[in-house]
Write a protein that binds this ligand. Structure first.
Ligand code: DAT
Ligand code: MG
Length: 138
């Protein structure tokens, strides 16, 4: 069983709501290791590269604006099948319908917030993880 690394971002809503500790707790409780961590004010070019797959979609612009709106906690974590495993901890994209027990399902807000305000990002494949880790951690 392969040990992998993945990129987790605590998005500006998570940092602003003081949920970084709760999110780290869930990552550590699951048994994943912290490899590197830093607070970043991301600029537009980093975010456009990070979300390149969504360029041209209607939610791209609001998404990038939101991600620029405050500091992001970037975390490099390692563990057995952590790429898929962290996505499972995070829950599905829209917090309104994300399952209870997940970060988005338990801590996301159902009203007065947009879909992009879903607290965390997690890489979705080994290729994405390698690409995104290189972007956020030299
Ligand atoms: P995920 O973050 O679950 O991997 P994604 O890669 O499809 O989701 O989209 C990236 C982010 O863009 C997502 O976290 C929130 C936002 N987003 C996705 N679909 C959206 C939509 N239909 N309307 C508004 N924002 C959306
Ligand atoms: Mg994604």
């Amino acid at each position: 069983t392969p040990v992998q690394e993945t990129l987790v971002l605590v998005k500006p809503d998570g940092v602003a709501r003081n949920l970084s500790g709760e999110i780290l707790r869930r990552i550590e409780q699951k048994g994943y290791s912290l490899v590197d961590i830093k607070l970043v004010q991301a600029d537009r070019s980093l975010l456009a590269e990070h979300y390149a797959e969504h360029a041209g979609k209607p939610f791209f612009e609001p998404l990038v604006e939101f991600m620029e709106s405050g500091p992001i906690l970037a975390i490099r974590i390692a563990g057995e099948r952590v790429i898929e495993g962290f996505r499972s901890l995070a829950g599905t994209t829209d917090p309104t319908t994300a399952a209870p027990g997940t970060i988005r399902g338990d801590l996301g807000r159902d009203w007065g917030s947009k879909v992009q305000q879903n607290l965390v990002h997690g890489s979705d494949s080994p290729e994405s993880a390698a690409r995104e880790l290189a972007l956020w951690f030299d």
